[in-house]
Design a protein around this ligand. Structure first.
Ligand SMILES: Nc1ncnc2c1ncn2[C@@H]1O[C@H](COP(=O)(O)OP(=O)(O)OP(=O)(O)O)[C@@H](O)[C@H]1O
Length: 719
């Protein structure tokens, strides 16, 4: 059939699907409004419907059943509303372009060829006729695997063998067919090339329609406990893990919610950069934090070093040794050796360490220490409750009541179940005393009566620094985990780590132990390692293998971010042909290496470069560290058009010209990159090479490597 005829057929199908989508949109909007009204009415009537009757035991029992029923009704209403909200979002997305691919599939023993249209979400009508299949559905795998002819896909009932007759990529603009390409005729991936030539965006976007085969394998992996991805800069690691999260939420929709996925990102700026990808795929963002945040949450009141301090920290050779020392220490720790601090309010002793020692020593030897401590915590809560009861009887509280402000009294009185005057007063006193001692309950429940600090010093022979290094915070958190928390974190089913090379061995070991029941996806690039404390991929593998997990390692070797000439330069930095890097040869501007004989001439050049680009390109100048960024900004006369980002607290990325240190640009991308003064003196060792590679690989379309005096040896051979 000619392309013209095919075009007409495709346009007809699109027009039909679009019409169905519009019909469905109207229906979903109406249903949603009805559901909102139902919820509002339900809540309005709730207080009239339920009157707790406590006059007799059976009456109050019936009231409770009624409350329970109402709760269930409310949950159902909420569920319906959320579901409709998701439908609304999905239809909204599909109306922008209902699908991006079509598969012609022949099943064995069937004469007709079946057609499947693939989109960012699935779409069927009320008669269950499926017009569009979700990109995560089993059949869609055929599109990404890209094997024409006899092939197969994995469906819930097992492997299905089929003949893939055609794979068509489709470009749609709402209800209009813009173009289509059949894989059997296209040599390159035209849709991919088109997407890659676009300008950069201040926020990462999804790659659903152009996911590549090797990325798809990572996204859909459900077999590995630990999946390690080593990929060059721009190979789509971050995009892939986000698509993977969306896939997992779809695949395990009945058992997995976004809160059970923990995404550890390299810095707060990065979290902002990626925040729109999952919502654009109709999914909520998972729990997201930096490893530093994780440590801060676990570090009691200690301060943890910031990113800049960490960069300046030298390599600690024994980070894993300390973790092992802590394990041995806890294994040998006897209850009689426990260091406790008493529970006090001011000078008043409420629970003594002697009582704590005796209580813990009364337990059978075989019980594990962390269980003993848990038991002790319960006993301490009981002891405190008893103390509060006795305390409330003392006359001094009545005096305090008399001197209390009306406001405080009314507050306490409001929640009292009213009885005789005397009873009311006693209840108010009970509430008052409970309130006075409430922070002690908190202290008991978070185990602050265990002197972890002194145990840490005994276990490692080290003192605690202020601020703690990230590794020390890790050791401290591990000691806490082994002594007290112990239970594996079952709430987290998937842990996903970007920039894994920047984690120390101790940090990876910690994660592998504390989340021992979780699946891991670890992605990174050894050449972008910026901390002395980082870990090689070989060691990452060994650390996770040691915890008896099924570990799978894969590589991504093509850069999708940078143009052909920039990718060639990156390949050169990685050692040329031996690096295994594959370049997608799409045209672009060659990197430039302008030489300057004086600082003045160089600054004049920079000042010219740092004006907003006419074609809308976003530019960035990257420096080695924050101090250098600040200094250069001053030296350039603090130009108004340039936005300086010197620490991770400032997040504004959507500006035409930026000046920032490389470590804050990790994971981000820009149309134009200028690396600050790539001279022989400044870029000489392997750490400098990593910086140069990380900085250069942020560039999509233009790369400038100016220098004053002699060029760095790393850029000499290609000049
Ligand atoms: N299959 C793809 N289709 C279209 N664009 C892609 C694809 N894979 C990656 N990209 C694009 O390439 C760029 C780099 O992707 P991403 O940031 O995920 O790479 P990365 O490996 O995490 O990079 P880095 O290590 O430098 O942080 C992004 O603009 C992304 O949209």
């Amino acid at each position: 059939m000619s392309k013209k005829n095919e075009w007409a057929i495709e346009q007809d199908y699109l027009t039909m699907v679009y019409g169905k989508l519009l019909e469905m949109q109207e229906k979903v909007f109406n249903d949603f409004d009805d559901a909102e009204l139902d919820s509002r009415n339900f809540l309005k009537n709730l207080s009239d419907d339920i009157r707790i009757n406590t006059s007799s035991a059976s009456d109050s029992f019936e009231s409770l059943i009624e409350v329970e029923q109402k709760n269930q009704e409310l949950a159902q209403l909420n569920y319906k509303r959320e579901w409709l909200e998701k439908q609304k979002r999905n239809i909204g997305q599909l109306l922008e372009g209902p699908y991006f691919a079509k598969l012609d599939v022949q099943y064995p023993d069937e004469s007709e060829i079946e057609q499947f249209y693939i989109g960012v979400a699935g779409f069927s009508d009320e008669d269950h006729h499926q017009y569009v299949y979700d990109w995560r559905s089993p059949i869609a795998n055929l599109y990404y695997e890209n094997n024409l002819g006899p092939t197969s896909y994995e469906a819930p009932m097992g492997q299905v063998t089929v003949d893939l007759k055609n794979r068509r990529q489709m470009k749609l603009n709402k209800s209009k067919l813009v173009d289509f390409f059949d894989t059997s005729t296209a040599i390159e991936d035209p849709m991919l090339l088109e997407v890659l030539n676009e300008e950069s965006t201040a926020k990462l976007t999804d790659i659903t329609s152009t996911i590549q085969k090797e990325q798809n394998a990572i996204i859909r992996d459900t077999k590995s406990d630990v999946l390690i991805v080593e990929g060059i800069a721009g190979s789509g690691k971050t995009s892939t893990i986000l698509q993977r999260i969306a896939f997992l939420l779809y695949r395990y929709k009945d058992d997995l919610v976004p809160e059970q996925v923990l995404l550890l990102s390299p810095n707060p700026m990065f979290s902002k950069y990626i925040e729109e990808v999952l919502p654009s795929l109709g999914e909520k963002n998972p729990r997201q934090m930096t490893y530093r945040d994780l440590m801060r949450n676990r570090g009691r009141h200690y301060e943890v070093e910031n990113l800049e301090e960490q960069l300046k920290n030298p390599l600690v050779l024994n980070s894993l040794d300390n973790m092992k020392a802590i394990e041995e220490y806890v294994a040998d720790l006897k209850p009689e050796l426990m260091d406790f601090t008493p529970i006090k309010r001011g000078d008043e002793l409420i629970i003594s360490t002697k009582w704590m020692q005796q209580t813990i020593m009364s337990l059978p030897k075989e019980v594990e220490l962390y269980r003993k401590l848990d038991y002790l915590k319960e006993k301490m809560n009981e002891a405190l409750a008893k103390f509060i009861r006795t305390e409330s009887k003392k006359p001094k509280w009545r005096d305090e009541l008399e001197n209390m402000s009306n406001e405080e009294y009314n507050q306490l009185f409001a929640k009292v179940k009213k009885g005789s005057e005397d009873e009311n007063i006693q209840q108010v006193i009970n509430r008052l005393v409970n309130r006075r001692y409430s922070n002690l309950k908190g202290s008991i429940n978070n185990f602050s009566w265990i002197d972890i600090e002194s145990h840490y010093i005994l276990a490692t022979g080290l003192r605690i620094n202020q601020p703690m290094s990230l590794d020390q915070a890790t050791e401290f958190a591990y000691l806490y985990h082994l002594m007290i928390e112990r239970r594996n974190n079952r709430k987290t089913k998937f842990v996903i780590l970007d920039e894994v090379q920047d984690y120390s061995e101790a940090q990876l070991y910690f994660l592998s132990k504390v989340y021992s029941g979780s699946h891991f996806t670890l992605v990174g690039d050894g050449y972008q390692s910026i901390f002395a404390q980082g870990t090689s991929f070989k060691r990452v593998e060994e650390i996770f293998q040691a915890s008896h997990r099924q570990v799978k390692s894969v590589q991504l070797l093509k850069s999708y971010r940078s143009s052909g000439p920039i990718s060639h330069f990156m390949k050169h930095l990685l050692g040329g042909e031996g690096s295994g890097v594959e370049v997608i040869d799409r045209p672009g501007k060659d990197p430039e290496f302008p030489q300057f004989s004086s600082q003045e001439a160089y600054f004049e050049y920079l000042n010219k470069q740092l004006t907003p680009a006419k074609n809308g390109y976003r530019k960035v100048v990257l420096t080695k560290d924050s101090d250098e960024a600040k200094r250069l900004y001053r030296e350039l006369g603090e130009p108004a058009e340039v936005t300086l980002i010197a620490d991770s607290s400032r997040m504004e990325l959507n500006v035409p010209v930026l000046l920032m240190p490389v470590h804050l640009a990790k994971g981000l991308e820009f149309d134009v990159v200028i690396v600050h003064n790539v001279s022989k003196k400044r870029f000489k060792d392997s750490q400098d090479l990593n910086l140069l590679y990380t900085a250069s690989s942020r560039a999509m379309h233009e790369l400038y490597l100016p220098y004053v005096g002699e060029p760095s040896n790393y850029i000499v051979p290609i000049k």
